[in-house]
Ligand binder design. Sequence first.
Ligand SMILES: Cc1ncc(COP(=O)(O)O)c(C=O)c1O
Length: 420
Amino acid sequence: MKTALKISGMTRTASPFDVQNIRSDFPILKQIVNNKPLVYLDNAATSQKPQAVIDSMSKYYVEENSNIHRGVHFLSDKATQSYEAARIKIQKHINAKHPEEIIFVRGTTEAINLAAYSYGRHYLKAGDEVIISAMEHHSNIVPWQMLRDEKGVVLRVIPINDRGELFIDKYEKMINEKTKLVAVVHISNVLGTINPIKEMIGLAHRNGIPFLVDGAQSIAHLKIDVQELDCDFFAFSGHKMYGPTGVGVLFGKRNLLQEMPPYQGGGDMIKSVSFEKTIYHDLPHKFEAGTPNIAGGVGMGATIDYINRIDFDAAIRHEHQLLEYATEKLSAIAGLRIIGTAKEKASVISFVIDNIHPHDIGTILDDDGIAIRTGHHCAQPVMKCFEVPATARASFAMYNTTEEVDALIKGIQRVIKVFS
Ligand SMILES: Cc1ncc(COP(=O)(O)O)c(C=O)c1O
């Protein structure tokens, strides 16, 4: 009895994260770029894929390729099972109550457009207000602006302080009887800020307002539990969470999705069609018109299997250590300014260097095989807040190492030397 307790006590202690083991799962990381080992620090744009995910998609094409839902033959049945199994894996991964709350889409962008188009056009009218924030990606701005231009909906924007944190008190004051939806990013792709999304959802719900979370960045760097968050919608992309491109998810609470009209019409989203009347399918198919990205869906299922096999908590801790290490090293470089210094941050560091354009930083680092992103990161309003035209951005994933951070620092020192 005592031994058993001791053993269970031991298993509860945090296990060290074997980053080299994780790296060996990602074949692309072995690449040599410009005669240097690839240092991939552009994970906020897209993450790399483990062999297991690549294999699952290739296996699908080799052994199962067929259209889903409609066929009575062997392959169609097999493909349908793999695709629908992926939906259930995703449901469990984000702890949604029902599988039909998982709507397959192309990615976060399409997920938000679906919500804006279907929920927005159906429920919102002129004068109604939608609250977003100053740190949104364009994909959580433009769909709402389109709704504004079409319906006369008013957009309200939660401002940010100079560390890159939302003014929650201003948000609270913004909520009024005209507010009909709040749509805010969970982790900023530019600033790395982790927004207090649960508190914000609570504030909206106290006023009976639904809340959409842009989870494009958080899905790979935090544990997501949509029931615990109690969000009404949660949008994310497969490709930012070690999964395939061209597939993503809109989670929506079942009662909301049931009431919402379809976003697109076509095959697979109907029960019956005649020229007089069409009866739409039940959830989730009502929102999944046409042949979907079947291989992508299967790949998403394999991605969840992969994440379940590793120690995801340890991966998150490892990423946090990298962020702290990189922040300390970058802060010590004269003339370098980190954009986004929120208390709660994850996996992203944006920076500018005096008198050096971010594109030049990115180009010179590329000579060293180091991939970072430069530009406005599809978040031009954030650039405006910080009065910069662009930033350089290093973003980490669980397979990055402190040695790679050292390579980045060395590369930046070389950039500064070139321009001095
Ligand atoms: C915060 C955030 N929202 C939305 C998106 C759009 O994601 P996707 O291009 O996969 O649709 C991104 C992509 O960078 C993002 O970082």
